[in-house]
Write a protein that binds this ligand. Structure first.
Ligand code: GDP
Length: 325
């Protein structure tokens, strides 16, 4: 039975990853922050997961935990997840989304040296490391040129993964493009849209206030991306893998699909307004990934298309409203 340690276990991807690993029969351990409000709910939903309290900024604690738990697989999902927050707190972002990865890989490497057993590490990297890419689609050879403190921290973690790989650690950097689900917080545009669309569908009134309607994203289904990370951990060798659908849609298209799914029909336009306050000073206009390498080497492919992702998210929000009522 493999033993897995997941940082960021209470987030969207952490929950799906824990579920997949438990279904595989793994012994699952997770790192949670003392002040993580989601930890109690997570513990009662997944009683068989062992949760360990620790701070990503506390290197000694992280090293101690890796040494104690002795995981076969280590998934580093934790960190700051908001680009906007990273501009407010660039140093903290560097510590949590950058330096912590180095601490974990160093600890995994030492554990591997001590026990002689492989410790397969997966770094949840991000398309944000490419910044404002000049080539489309982006793949593993696209230059890493971040444009935000979040992207820069993730770029450091991506590079240090490569450094430890060349030292003999099985470490993979999964360069994840946007991946969504009903578990996305409403700080992300997709869930903000589906939660609002569900309300508009129910009342027949209300407005969806958005920023840049023309931003294009390559939106995938979060559980598929988690599956890619597990495949990467169990692949013969570590490497870099872009995980993406290869298809893009605009924010406006997402809004239209969600409002139509909520039953608003052609009147969807009347419910969308642009709020200049929501425009970002530095926004990535288009991100689209080429996951050809993951398809070839990991046998991975996305299983849920755009319309279905939107539909599942809206249905979930409609159901939540029904329960509240
Ligand atoms: P990101 O790609 O990781 O930044 O994910 P987001 O879901 O936060 O944003 C995706 C795109 O939607 C970006 O280009 C945003 O500028 C754009 N967008 C447009 N309106 C909104 C909005 O109201 N909220 C958010 N979060 N993004 C918006």
């Amino acid at each position: 039975m493999p033993r897995a340690l997941i940082t960021g276990i209470t987030g969207q991807d952490g929950g799906y990853l824990a579920e997949q690993l438990l279904a595989d029969g793994a012994d699952v351990h997770g790192l949670v922050h003392e002040q993580d409000e989601a930890a109690a709910a997570f513990a009662s939903s997944y009683p068989s997961v062992s949760l360990h309290v620790g701070d990503l900024a506390d290197g000694d604690r992280l090293r101690g935990l890796v040494g104690e738990i002795e995981p076969d697989e280590l998934y580093n999902l934790a960190g700051i997840s908001s680009v906007a927050f990273s501009w407010e707190h660039p140093v903290l972002t560097a510590e949590l989304s950058g330096v912590a990865a180095a601490v974990l890989f160093q600890a995994a490497f030492r554990l591997q040296e001590r026990t002689g057993r492989q410790v397969a590490c997966v770094q949840a990297s991000s398309s944000e490391i490419f910044g404002v890419a000049r080539t489309f689609p982006q793949d593993e050879s696209t230059p890493v040129r971040p444009v935000s403190p979040y992207g820069a921290a993730k770029a450091y973690a991506h590079h240090i993964a490569g450094v430890y790989r060349s030292k003999g650690l099985h470490v993979t950097s999964c360069i994840l493009f946007n991946h969504e689900s009903p578990r996305r917080p409403t700080t992300f545009v997709t869930r903000k849209i589906t939660a609002t669309a569900a309300r508009i569908g129910a009342d027949g009134s209300g407005v969806l206030r958005l920023g840049n309607l023309e931003a294009r994203r390559d939106w995938g289904w979060a559980p598929d991306y988690v599956d890619a990370m597990v495949r990467a951990a169990r692949h013969d060798v570590g490497g870099d893998f872009v995980i993406a659908t290869g298809r893009t849609h605009t924010v406006a298209e997402f809004a239209e699909a969600a409002l139509r799914h909520a039953g608003v029909g052609d009147a969807w336009r009347d419910h969308v307004e642009v709020d200049p306050e929501l425009l970002r000073p530095m926004d990535t206009a288009e991100m689209v990934g080429d996951a050809g390498k993951a398809r070839r080497e990991l046998g991975w492919e996305p299983t849920v298309d755009f319309e279905e992702i939107v539909g599942r998210m809206v249905d979930h929000d409609v159901e939540l409203l029904r329960k509240d009522a």
